[in-house]
Design a binder for this molecule. Structure first.
Ligand SMILES: C[S@@+](CC[C@H](N)C(=O)[O-])C[C@H]1O[C@@H](n2cnc3c(N)ncnc32)[C@H](O)[C@@H]1O
Length: 279
């Protein structure tokens, strides 16, 4: 794993990969901060079978796919989604699926399959112990994520990695953080996580040996590599989403506002006069 993944070229390619497919047509802004890591992880793991539960506009999925192409891997990838949406992601029209399908045909047709169905319906299409990388990003309630993990668990190969998006999203209706905390309690040494871009958890749920080998192979470099992905990913996230964007109905105190304005002025001295003229 180490040779390819830590080679300077692979790392540089991943650290400079920002997922240019993430645009107003094929959204994926919430996930965008993880695109360099996803790209690198696929190069490192070289999975035979990769499955994504919850693809929407392909923000995450096409980042995995691009790594398969650039690293000349023989991975087969599967994206599963009803492409109808739900109340957290929002409901959307058939035209989004058409855009995702066209993009897939144009760039990744020889190894990537879109499966327009529910996660439960897709289970029968996969052999037990066959999936090497599973990304869970469907409905984010505690019950849904727990069901997705438990029903797909038998499909995972011995050394499989499972990724969970939204492990750092703490708001009503979002229970991935709770499920992730439980998983960490049970498999502390097998879990790794990023907090930026709404959080991404990574777990080797079936094998502590695989997690130990992963850490050993990178030894001290692993922490540095993860830190680099956090810094770069966080920057990509805020470039796309805006550093000062606020949640709907967010009540800002005067102190918060002053802090933001001070930071704006420090980061952008050229704005100083314009800000003064506003008040
Ligand atoms: C958060 S979005 C996925 C975001 C995507 N990974 C990205 O990078 O932008 C969740 C998606 O999961 C799909 N979904 C949720 N529950 C599902 C289920 N049980 N079966 C199939 N699709 C589901 C929704 O249709 C929605 O498109």
């Amino acid at each position: 794993m180490k040779d390819i993944a830590s080679s300077t070229n692979t790392l540089l390619a991943a650290l400079t990969y920002a997922g240019t497919h993430i645009n107003k047509d094929l959204q994926g802004k919430a996930w965008v901060g993880h695109t360099p890591f996803a790209y690198w992880l696929v190069a490192a793991l070289k999975p035979k079978i990769l499955v994504e539960l919850g693809t929407h506009g392909g923000g995450s999925y096409f980042s995995f796919c691009q790594s398969v192409v650039d690293n000349k891997l023989d991975t087969k990838t599967y994206a599963i989604d009803t492409w109808m949406g739900e109340k957290q992601a929002g409901f959307y029209s058939e035209s989004l699926f058409k855009k995702v399908m066209d993009f897939n045909i144009e760039h990744f047709d020889n190894f990537s399959t879109l499966m327009k169905m529910t996660f439960d319906e897709a289970l029968n299409e996969f052999d037990d112990n066959s999936v090497d990388l599973l990304h869970i990003d469907g409905f984010h309630s505690y019950e849904a994520v727990s069901n997705d993990f438990c029903t797909w668990y038998p499909k995972l190969s011995k050394e499989a990695i499972v990724l969970f998006h939204d492990t750092h999203e703490i708001k009503p209706g979002f229970g991935v953080h709770q499920f992730w905390d439980e998983l960490k309690k049970e498999h502390r040494e097998q879990c790794f996580e990023f907090k930026h871009s709404h959080g991404l958890g990574m777990c080797f749920p079936k094998s502590s040996k695989a997690a130990i080998n992963f850490k050993k192979e990178f030894s001290l470099d692993l922490e540095k590599i993860f830190n680099l992905f956090s810094i770069i990913g966080d920057d990509i996230y805020y470039n796309i989403n805006g550093r000062y964007s606020l949640q709907k109905n967010f009540q800002l105190s005067i102190d918060d506002l002053v802090k933001i304005l001070k930071k704006l002025k420090t980061d952008n001295p050229e704005l100083s006069n314009e800000l003064k003229s506003l008040f």
